[in-house]
Design a protein around this ligand. Structure first.
Ligand SMILES: Cc1cc2nc3c(=O)[nH]c(=O)nc-3n(C[C@H](O)[C@H](O)[C@H](O)COP(=O)(O)OP(=O)(O)OC[C@H]3O[C@@H](n4cnc5c(N)ncnc54)[C@H](O)[C@@H]3O)c2cc1C
Length: 413
């Protein structure tokens, strides 16, 4: 075997399901983030928000509609384009608050409108959301119900023209500046899972108020709101999906949200590893770069393993999730909620979410350690990464809920 065959050229073969086109998108996103976002993330973190104009700029570049049809102003791409968007935002330095604010809009608030919305809802909400003119949020969590979604208490009572909504939501990403909130409500108070519906509740509807912008540990540049609804009259045309069929919408949405979080964690770990290797080769102690101490080299090796294992499982979950997409769309259109395609990839996505969110926190902590005192200072961005990533094992379903889903599949309840 000749040398040229065995030598690693350093070029990475394309991993399925990514194509050349997806790789080009990766580069475009990375370039945008490094020139227009990364230089400002510390300032926005301090200020507690990023400029609203970032939505219009992202829309102008096509990023808010990557997977949506061109007929609605989207790019006509697919889930894989959106997967690239999530991973690359974090890898290029726009994870945390900026990624959360833009990501909640593209990844959790608009997908249910696209999938379950009427043509009228597509025009009124999805089109302006893709154009960056309206910001969306997803409102499920309540002060008394997070993991236990079936016990939400915000109720929507039937009126001749639609619904009257009373209740509250908390921890809602984009809650403060959202123009519409895809809101989970109880339409059958005694119904448990079977009594949940979704309403599109709009800014300016009398009785809908943002009661608080919450102070938090990380994700500083994104707003996290507490919302209240007092006799809010919501017209019937704002019902999203079937009445009392909201739980299916939640399940369909969670899968994608968890996958996006896994991709974001992979991106964040890529960045942390790169920055930390560079630092450890530059910083000297006892007459040599700290990266030349075996103890630190071994830490770096472990980080590399965590990243690669996370990436492999996440891409595997992505492939499993996207494979039956056409079947899934057909099943949704027919209202066949029990169809296996609806929950395809549940196992893989749950495992990826569990593995990656823990791994990313551990990796950030190790990288901070390798940076020594400088890691603890704001200017290096490592302490911010640790604060931001700590949300992962909580948001979008906690680690314990992921373990519960997987454990039940393995040994029953
Ligand atoms: C910054 C941030 C942004 C968020 N953004 C949004 C958003 O945009 N929209 C939205 O709807 N929600 C959002 N959330 C809410 C998030 O999804 C919830 O915080 C999460 O689902 C957990 O719910 P909880 O906080 O009520 O915790 P709880 O459900 O009260 O859980 C508390 C603890 O009990 C454990 N636990 C609960 N049930 C079980 C069980 N069966 N077995 C074992 N352990 C269990 C949990 O794992 C956890 O450790 C956000 C949260 C944060 C912090």
């Amino acid at each position: 075997m000749s040398d040229s065959v065995v030598k690693d050229s350093g070029a990475r073969a394309l991993l399925p399901p990514f194509t050349d086109e997806h790789e080009q998108l990766r580069e475009t996103i990375a370039r945008w983030v490094s020139t227009e976002i990364a230089p400002h993330v510390d300032e926005w973190d301090e200020a507690g928000e990023f400029p609203r104009e970032l939505y219009t700029r992202a829309a102008e570049l096509g990023f808010l509609g990557l997977k949506y049809p061109e007929a609605l102003g989207g790019q006509g791409g697919d889930y894989v384009h959106d997967a690239v968007w999530s991973e690359e935002m974090a890898a290029a330095g726009a994870g945390g608050g900026v990624g959360a604010g833009l990501g909640a809009h593209t990844g959790i608030a608009t997908p249910p409108i696209w999938k379950f919305g009427t043509p009228d809802q597509h025009e009124r909400f999805l089109r302006p959301a893709i154009a960056g003119e309206k910001i969306g949020a997803l409102g499920i969590t309540e002060p008394g119900a997070g993991s236990d979604v079936a016990s939400i208490r915000t109720r929507a009572d039937k009126t001749p023209d639609g619904y009257r909504v009373n209740g509250a939501k908390t921890f809602i990403t984009n809650g403060v500046r959202a123009d519409f909130v895809v809101t989970a409500v109880k339409t059958k108070p005694e119904g448990g899972h079977g009594g949940i519906s979704f309403l599109l509740i709009e800014k300016g509807m009398p009785g809908f108020e943002v009661t608080r912008k919450l102070e938090k540990m990380g994700w500083q540049a994104s707003d996290t709101g507490e919302l209240s609804f007092t006799d809010v009259e919501v017209p019937a045309e704002n019902l999203l999906g079937p009445e009392n069929g909201g739980f299916y919408l939640i399940m369909a949405n969670f899968q994608w949200e968890r996958l996006l979080m896994a991709l974001g964690a992979v991106g964040a770990m890529r960045r942390l590893l790169e920055v930390t290797i560079a630092y450890s080769l530059e910083r000297e102690a006892f007459g040599r770069p700290i990266g030349r101490f075996q103890a630190l080299r071994h830490k770096i090796a472990e980080i590399g393993v965590k990243l690669e294992a996370s990436r492999a499982l996440t891409y595997h979950a992505l492939r499993t999730f996207i494979e039956p997409e056409a079947e899934r769309q057909d099943a949704i259109a027919r209202g066949e909620w029990g169809h296996p395609s609806i929950t395809a990839g549940l196992d893989e996505v749950t495992k990826a979410k569990l593995l990656t969110q823990r791994a990313a926190v551990e990796v950030a902590d190790e990288c901070l350690q390798i940076h020594g005192g400088y890691g603890y200072m704001r200017e290096y961005g490592i302490e911010r990464a640790l604060r931001d990533l700590r949300l992962g094992p909580i948001g979008g379903g906690t680690d314990e809920i992921m373990q519960e889903i997987l454990g039940r599949q393995l040994i029953g309840s």
